[in-house]
Every structure is written in C-alpha cells, then in structure tokens.
Design a protein around this ligand. Structure first.
Ligand SMILES: C[S@@+](CC[C@H](N)C(=O)[O-])C[C@H]1O[C@@H](n2cnc3c(N)ncnc32)[C@H](O)[C@@H]1O
Length: 312
C-alpha cells in the first residue's frame, strides 16, 4: 500500500482552479474533477499508442548504482514504468508527484500490480510547491532521477517549467525530460495535425472533463486552436486550444460560482513543440544541461542535470 503525503489539499486545488478560470487560462485546472477526469486521461492516453513506445533510457550508464525515481505528473503510471524498465535494478524508491489525488491512485494501483517497488505519492503542484516537495524528497537521502514525461513540461512556459525543474534538483540529481518535437520541413502542416487532434472528440472526452466537473456539459464542437511562435523563446511553437461558451454559462467550483458570457473564450490547453537541435540552448538558459537524448520521432527524451551537476 503506497504511502501518501498531502501538500496541496482539496481547498487549495479548488482555489487554484477558480483563479485559473477567472483569468481565462487553465493549466493544472485541466486535471480538476476527481476520478472521472483521471480515468478519462488514462483512457485517452492508452488509445494514443505511439506516445508510449519509449522503453528506453538515454544515458543509463551515467546514473549511480542506486537512486530514487521521482515522477512529476505520472498520469496512469504506465509511461513511468516503461521508461525506468532498463534501470529498474538500481531503483530503491519510487515517488509520484501529482496535483490530482485520483490520478495518483490510478498510478499507484498500476505500479503496485506490476512491481514490488515501494511507492510514495505526494499530492502537490510541482510548479508551486517546490520547497515542501524538496523537503519530502530529502528524507530519502538518495540521489534522485526525476521524470517529467508526456510533454507535461511543455504545457507551461518553459521559463516556468524549466526553472521549477532545476529548482527541485540537487547537484547529484538527474532529470528525464520528455519534449514534443516538430519537423523542420513543413512544421505547420505537422503541427496542424496535432492541433486537429486536440480539438477532436477523442481528446475532448478528457480535455473538457474539467468543465463537466464544474457542472457544464461541454461539446468538442465549441473548441478551436491556433498555432503561434513562443514570444518568449523563439523557435518554439505553441498549439493553444480554446473553448468558446455557446451560451451564458455559470460554473461551480467548491462553494464558488463563476460566470462566462456567450461567445467568451477560455484557454484550456497550451502545448509546446521544439526543434530538437535547439533544446540544449533552452536548457542552458534556464539552468539545466543535457547529457544525452533519445529521439523518438514526434518527441524526445533528454537526460539532464543542473548547471552545477556533479558526477559522484
Ligand atoms: C500531460 S499528463 C502526462 C502524464 C504522463 N506523464 C504521461 O506521459 O502520459 C500530465 C500529468 O501531470 C499532472 N500535472 C500536470 N501539471 C502538474 C503540476 N504542475 N504539478 C503536479 N502534477 C501536474 C497531471 O495531473 C497529469 O497526471
């Protein structure tokens, strides 16, 4: 039975959801909605097979003889186990960090049914709860290998996600960073396919689930997307997806209500795509460095350390 540490409680998550809805820009609020949202994610991710074909670990030979693994945003837990398969004999503890307690329950069940490894779950936002997460991790007294898989880091500005990732890491820790890529020939054509998937019925069964949790029945037909270049870091494309309210709509979160007018738009997904040749430059800008990577066509796994990394 997994041990659980709660850093972000339900009231805190509700306040974060409410604030993001007020600002018209949803990020972790997308995972609001408990078990139905968690199951909707796991179902959608399972159906999207190519994303999970990554049972490889770049630079495995660089890692120490024993360490803890910390998966930031494990989702169903399946990608985590796939990625650590080649290094499993050196993993002493597995720690899962997620904003959604219900997502953690799914991941714990999957991992515990497939391995004997000791699992601890931390309910927290890895972008906001940095100090309490690090304090909880220090108790293990092990070098740590962080995982941030499934494009999670690219769902936020990289100034925000890369800075948070390096702040969580000590000089002996490693990070496997999974980033979505775009091809350098005809990038817009390839990105448009992904944008079309984001607004599809299949993706929206998960993607709009947070609105159902706020009492709103939302159709994928009211979504649209755009592709832009990142204004902060040139060479990165952002696919942004919106929901346009077809009628005046009231949303409820905990005891609070929020009102959206007919025609008002809510940004519910931002996903970044990178040119694999430029990733090192972004890592350096935000205090990280890359020791190796594995190109998996539409995405790549980068083995990273901080600027102050020490090989022990
Ligand atoms: C895009 S899914 C990726 C899931 C999984 N890693 C994969 O590869 O399929 C993002 C996951 O991270 C969690 N998550 C997103 N942002 C987070 C944050 N800031 N702090 C903690 N968990 C977060 C979500 O609840 C979800 O489980």
């Amino acid at each position: 039975m997994a041990q659980r540490i709660v850093i972000q409680n339900v009231e805190m998550m509700n306040r974060r959801v409410e604030q993001q809805l007020r600002e018209g820009r949803v990020d972790v609020a997308q995972y609001h909605g408990g078990t139905p949202t968690a199951i909707a994610w796991a179902t959608m991710a399972d159906d999207d097979h190519p994303r999970h074909h990554f049972d490889c670990f770049p630079g495995a030979e660089l890692l120490p003889s024993e360490f803890g693994v910390v998966d930031l945003g494990p989702g169903s837990g399946k990608p985590c186990l796939k990625v650590i398969q080649p290094i499993m004999d050196r993993v002493r503890s597995l720690i899962l960090v997620d904003v959604s307690p219900e997502m953690l329950t799914l991941a714990e069940k999957y991992i515990e049914s497939s391995t004997d490894i000791e699992v601890t779950s931390i309910v927290a936002d890895f972008l906001l709860d940095l100090n309490p997460i690090r304090t909880a991790l220090d108790r293990y007294n092990l070098p740590l290998v962080f995982l941030c898989l499934g494009g999670t880091a690219g769902n936020f500005t990289i100034a925000r996600s890369f800075t948070a990732l390096q702040a969580l890491m000590n000089q002996r820790d490693y990070l496997i960073l999974d980033l979505g890529l775009y091809p350098t020939t005809n990038p817009i054509q390839a990105l448009q396919k992904t944008a079309d998937f984001y607004t599809s019925e299949q993706n929206c069964q998960f993607g709009l689930r947070f609105l159902e949790a706020c009492g709103v029945s939302a159709s994928y037909k009211n979504t649209y997307s755009e592709i832009t270049e990142d204004p902060q870091d040139s060479g990165i494309f952002i696919i942004t997806t919106y929901y346009r309210f077809p009628t005046d709509t009231s949303l409820s979160i905990g005891n609070e209500s929020l009102f959206f007018r007919q025609g008002q738009s809510l940004r519910w997904l931002e996903s970044r795509r990178f040119d694999k040749h430029k990733v090192s430059r972004y890592l350096t800008k935000y205090g990280l460095q890359s020791f190796g990577y594995k190109d998996l066509d539409h995405h790549a796994l980068f083995l990273c350390g901080t600027h102050h990394h020490h090989i022990f």
